[in-house]
Design a protein around this ligand. Structure first.
Ligand code: CDP
Ligand code: CDP
Length: 213
């Protein structure tokens, strides 16, 4: 068995993976790793250097420094698109793989991303695949970015299109595509707030004996 618990949280864009993972890490007193930030930081470096995210990335991934993940300009729509492009490159993914595994080595971790349960930690203690309809996720991302819900149907449609484009790209790539691990618990979160999702996940972890009541 595994020495320390690793909880894998995967799913499509803006499903609430990070929010759940952060809260779960607090409940379980485990470190939290947002792996999307690694791909975003690689993309940011490529864009800053005037490179092409569809072709560049491996060198930037190998040179990644901890402070790159702390930049405040990693969650723009431009970086969303560029991150998904660099994430297609096998060399980029290979350069980031060991870093993710090392993070969890000392004390375990709650880790969120796309391929955590399938590739990064196939032996994770528990795996969740968090989803919601594209419309719900577009509205969540809009509120997160602009502080209010979107009432402009064209603007919301553009957000849905961006989310669908990125999910399509993430799910169709050759290396470590977005898909639920066979042993992942899938949770559709339409109509559930973050607290309700956390409660559901904690209940499942209790049933599995990973959390003691
Ligand atoms: O990490 P991911 O992109 O999957 O999503 P997130 O950044 O954790 O969540 C996107 C937004 O949805 C945040 O503003 C959350 O507060 C909100 N939200 C959520 O996380 N979970 C719900 N069940 C409902 C809303
Ligand atoms: O927060 P959101 O769900 O919008 O995106 P993210 O988790 O920050 O990930 C940004 C992009 O990085 C994704 O669209 C994927 O292309 C890539 N990614 C990946 O390929 N594998 C991961 N484990 C995490 C992110």
């Amino acid at each position: 068995g595994m020495k320390y618990p690793i909880i894998a949280i995967d799913g499509p864009a803006a499903a609430g993976k990070g929010t759940l993972a952060r809260q779960l890490a607090e409940v379980l007193a485990l470190p939290y790793l947002d792996t999307g930030l690694l791909y975003r930081a690689v993309a940011r470096r490529v864009l800053d250097q005037g490179g092409d995210p569809a072709h560049d990335g491996p060198e930037q991934a190998r040179q990644l420094m901890p402070e790159d993940m702390r930049r405040d300009d990693l969650r723009t729509p431009e970086v969303d698109r560029a991150a998904s492009l660099v994430a297609k490159e096998p060399e980029v993914r290979a350069a980031l793989l060991e870093r993710q595994r090392l993070f969890a080595r000392a004390r375990g971790a709650v880790v969120d991303g796309r391929d955590i349960g399938t590739v990064v930690f196939p032996q994770a203690t528990a795996k969740f695949f968090i989803t919601a309809s594209p419309e719900v996720r577009a509205q969540r991302r809009y509120i997160q970015r602009y502080g209010q819900s979107c009432t402009d149907s064209a603007a919301l449609a553009a957000e849905v299109a961006a989310i669908n484009a990125r999910d399509g790209q993430d799910a169709s790539r050759q290396t470590a595509p977005l898909r639920p691990a066979e042993d992942a618990v899938q949770i559709l979160t339409d109509g559930l707030d973050a607290a309700a999702v956390l409660e559901k996940v904690c209940q499942i972890l209790q049933e599995k004996g990973i959390i003691r009541v």
